[in-house]
Design a protein around this ligand. Structure first.
Ligand code: NAD
Ligand code: MG
Length: 393
């Protein structure tokens, strides 16, 4: 029986994880669930899964949650609050596996803490890895944590790697990684229309049902930029060894190109319960609840080169990884601020790349040897991005 903590239980990945766990009660026990402020869903999840701990980061909501939990008979539940409580539950001695499914930089400290504590880390929170890159991977190798990718592309690549492959190591047999991308909702939108697309249009992803932030990232293709950086770290390859391939049907979730010319692909319906179930069941397999793939319904698969003019965020992600040091953290922070502003209708869709580019220009590439340096760069980049947004008005 494995014991799991789910960071970001109320989000899209958190809900999918609990759906898979509920199908395998004999194999997994939920020890801790965390949420930022969606206490109604968290309460429902606690009633169903009976964890020992629940974290509500927002303190006002935590008080309301405690009262509701008491009133509904959850008297054994320990309720914690504040950002520090996230790392506390992620490193509990009685936790074996941590699902890192908080969105954005807010997930960095607890995810890193889980890695340092040698937990099995199921990594959905790509921003945490992009920000802290080598620091995170060092923590994994030093503690002996098992790092399992949940992002569908990285999970696909991981499944296509040689048997026994460990994240962070180099495989000499691998020539290239083919990182697939749907191209998002604006793949064929006339370029002149892009400044006028709305948040509602941007979050309406053609193939995947996800949280708002990652949906906007998919529309700008910053998501693929972050995933390219994520893949460099997880599979210890150079950016030049990664080919981004637009594949609008999202049937192939990514591929590994071997030195002998073999290309292995992982396929399936676009349902995050597949990579989640893969990581939870490893080294075995169990049911995820996802539909099987009907190739006759898919009928055809298309592949296109990425368009850097349409998707300038992709170019910025390459610039960030080539600059190295703090720059991926700067890219990520500026993106988080810009996406939030876009979702609030404060800026146009095309301003997102503008804000990130101008934020990056305000920084010189410097090394990021410590977590403090990363967190400082993150905060400074947020301030610069906010000032650019004010100037845009
Ligand atoms: P979401 O917005 O649906 O959920 C985010 C979760 O994080 C919620 O539980 C929320 O309570 C929590 N959270 C948000 N801000 C927080 C804060 N400041 N402190 C503590 N908790 C906070 O997001 P999602 O779509 O589930 O994505 C989660 C992560 O997984 C992201 O990093 C995303 O890139 C990655 N991911 C998601 C998908 C997907 O299909 N949704 C696919 C691949 C990767
Ligand atoms: Mg992905």
């Amino acid at each position: 029986m494995k014991r799991i903590c789910i960071l970001g239980a109320t989000g899209s990945i958190g809900v999918s994880t609990l759906d898979v766990v509920a199908r395998h009660k004999d194999k997994y026990r939920v020890v801790a669930l965390t949420a930022n402020n969606n206490i109604d869903l968290l309460l429902q999840q606690c009633q169903q899964h009976q964890p020992d701990y629940a974290v509500v980061v927002d303190e006002v909501n935590a008080e309301a949650f405690k009262a509701k939990a008491q009133a509904s008979g959850l008297t054994q539940l320990t309720v914690l609050t504040g950002a520090k409580a996230l790392a506390e539950v992620a490193t509990l001695a009685e936790v074996d596996s941590v699902m890192a499914a908080i969105v954005g930089a807010a997930g960095l400290l607890p995810t890193l803490a889980a890695a340092q504590a040698g937990k099995t880390v199921l990594l959905a929170n790509k921003e945490a890895l992009v920000m802290s890159g080598p620091i995170f991977m060092r923590a994994v190798s030093e503690s002996g944590a098992l790092l399992l990718p949940i992002d569908s592309e990285h999970n696909a690549i991981f499944q296509c790697m040689p048997a026994g492959y460990q994240a962070g190591t180099t495989s000499q047999q691998v020539r290239r990684i083919l990182l697939t991308a749907s191209g998002g909702p604006f793949r064929t939108t006339p370029l002149a229309d892009l400044p006028h697309v709305t948040p509602a249009q941007a979050v309406a992803h053609p193939n995947w049902d996800m949280g708002k932030k990652i949906s906007v990232d998919s529309a700008t293709m910053m998501n693929k930029g972050l995933e390219m950086i994520e893949a460099c770290l997880l599979f210890n390859v150079l950016p030049e060894q990664i080919q981004i391939v637009i594949h609008p049907q999202s049937v192939i979730h990514s591929m590994v190109d071997y030195v002998d010319g073999s290309v292995l692909a992982q396929m399936g319906t676009p349902d995050m319960r597949i990579p989640i179930a893969h990581a939870l069941a490893m080294p075995e397999r169990f049911a995820s609840g996802a539909d099987g793939l009907d190739l006759f319904a898919v009928a055809r698969m298309d592949f296109e080169r990425p368009d850097f003019e349409r998707f300038p965020c992709l170019r910025l992600a390459y610039e960030a990884i080539h600059a190295g040091g703090i720059m991926p953290a700067v890219l990520n922070a500026a993106n988080e601020i810009a996406v939030a502003a876009f979702l609030q209708h404060d800026i146009r869709f095309t301003d997102i790349a503008y804000i990130i580019e101008h934020t990056m220009q305000a920084f010189t590439a410097q090394s990021a040897n410590t977590l403090e340096m990363v967190l400082t760069a993150d905060q400074q980049a947020r301030d610069v991005a906010q000032r650019i947004i004010i100037r845009l008005h």
